[in-house]
Design a protein around this ligand. Sequence first.
Ligand SMILES: Nc1ncnc2c1ncn2[C@@H]1O[C@H](COP(=O)(O)OP(=O)(O)OP(=O)(O)O)[C@@H](O)[C@H]1O
Length: 376
Amino acid sequence: MAEQSVGIELEDVTKRYPGQRDAAVDGFTMTINPGETTIFVGPSGCGKTTTMRMINRLIEPTSGRITIGGEDALSIDPDSLRRRIGYAIQQAGLFPHLTVAQNVGVVPGLLGWAKPKIAARVDEMLDLVGLDPAQFRDRFPRRLSGGQQQRVGVARALAADPPVLLMDEPFGAVDPITRGNLQDELMRLQSELRKTIVFVTHDFDEAVKLGDRIAVLGDQSRILQYDTPEAILANPADDTVAGFVGAGASLKQLTLLRVRDIEMAQAVTATEDESPSTLRQRLEADGRKFALVLDGQRRPSRWVHLRQLGASSLAATGNPVGDHVSVQSTLQDALEAILTEGGDAVVTGSRGEYVGLVQLDTVVAKIRELREEHSS
Ligand SMILES: Nc1ncnc2c1ncn2[C@@H]1O[C@H](COP(=O)(O)OP(=O)(O)OP(=O)(O)O)[C@@H](O)[C@H]1O
């Protein structure tokens, strides 16, 4: 079990870089809740990174107070402080001359863990971030894709089980699909680990997806709004925040809702060995036009239309199911799948098995419901 979740307090924290007229961070005060993901989002140069790095003292504040779990961070030796705080950055920042295992084991090594314990922990962490230890532990970072490097970066940040994790645009350098996958992974991890995470991004959509709370920052890290994603989307504090939220706030709210939050519909399902004529009878009895054919493991394989039900077996009839979503997917993902597939989105469970359908009408009704909720 991880150390208990700890909160972070920043009180009137200022950073003045030598030779700069204005402070990079000016009188920043914030309470960061334990076990939550807090996102700093704001335009380039507003001071997000500086603010975050003062928490683990990679940057020393000019003045102010920072406490972590009630302990004065400025009175802890910076090296030991950094070993207690996980840190992940853009492009992963892996040591190129160390293997994946050595990279992940850096902090446990510094903490003096025994070698077998480190080795076991490395494998556990690689598993956790979705990399097969046997395949990856002895590779060097240059032999990994960008997304795999980021995963190793997250594994390294988590290796010593720190209660606090600082993440500075950790998914900034990968393509949008990998980025989406890494975000999903982080959400899955965090739902188990409940670390206190501070996450910097300039991507508001990423903030909405990952954050329990979002701090929208302006120049010199001025806090323009600090609230839940729902509240910021529904009620931006001012025009600058509204500009940052951007167009389509109600569509963005779809990223806050998951497939499991709505009522799913059910398809008429068939197995590949069912005879086309019995399926035809079942569809006609139900007044339905489409059936979803499942494979031996109950995974969705093909859609067949009533018209396509002829002599040939169901294993060879119909059109393959393309995009599908999981119960954890956002309604935005579901909407996208509906639009790409041109019909209901198929929902699968953790083993890829069919669980239900999301229909366009349900999504539209949900958008309407959200709009009504926040207009009152
Ligand atoms: N070492 C430094 N010396 C002098 N000025 C610096 C230094 N590091 C950052 N700054 C300045 O401090 C301000 C805040 O920088 P910071 O990197 O914290 O912003 P940011 O919001 O993280 O930006 P980005 O999203 O582009 O990374 C900027 O104006 C930057 O130019």
